[in-house]
Design a protein around this ligand. Structure first.
Ligand SMILES: [Mg+2]
Length: 209
């Protein structure tokens, strides 16, 4: 498991700058003073404009591919007792919601669920660099992908449509697993683990792990 732990850490480093927006945005539901968006605007611009952000995202998914290939060599198909799976978070892990964040910052709006749902309904999020190639590669190797997200269940169809639109090949009501009543993702991860050998967890926040 040490190799896997190492990979989790790298993924977090890549996404920590962007994740800071959501950590702040979701924990501060109260009105946000105008000056509070200063550093968040920097984070949004970094996500949208910096070549280094794109390079780091590609790096994370390249390392994921190496790790998946290394796992492929560990056991033969005959020896494995369960099929393999990769679990990924959605927002800021495989979908880029920076346009919604930029809209909020530009208009000095605090995070609110109405705007978040409206953005999701637009199905306009683009893929994080490297995400489509990696997850479709995993699918090509017979690995099941589960998208475990704390988006709300009401957002499910729009989320599926958006994931398909950017090019993810295996997206269905079964493997897009959104939040219903439970506060954490762990019960959903455990239900996947009951049937699959989880090779990788990928995300931009600690509760993705
Ligand atoms: Mg996320």
């Amino acid at each position: 498991m040490k190799k896997r732990d190492y990979f989790y850490a790298l993924t977090l480093v890549v996404c920590s700058t962007v994740g800071s927006y959501f950590i702040t945005g979701t924990s501060a539901q109260q009105a946000v003073p105008a000056h509070s968006y200063g550093y968040q605007i920097g984070a949004i611009l970094y996500q949208q404009k910096a070549a280094e952000y794109r390079a780091l995202a590609y790096q994370a998914f390249n390392i994921a591919r190496w790790q998946l290939d290394a796992d492929s060599k560990l056991l033969s198909k005959v020896t494995r007792r369960k099929p393999r799976a990769v679990i990924v978070d959605i927002d800021e892990t495989v979908l880029d919601n920076s346009p919604a964040n930029a809209h909020s910052a530009k208009n000095n709006l605090p995070f609110n669920i109405k705007d978040w749902y409206a953005w999701g309904d637009m199905r306009k999020a683009k893929a994080v660099p490297g995400a489509v190639d990696f997850l479709n590669y995993a699918v090509s190797k017979g690995v099941k992908v589960f998208f475990i997200s704390n988006r709300d269940e009401i957002q499910k169809q729009a989320t599926i449509d958006n994931l398909r639109a950017v090019g993810f090949k295996d997206v269905s009501t079964e493997n897009v697993v959104l939040r219903q009543t439970e506060p954490t993702k762990e019960p959903r991860r455990q239900s996947v683990a009951a049937k699959y050998d989880i090779v990788l967890l990928m995300g931009d926040k600690l509760d993705d792990f």
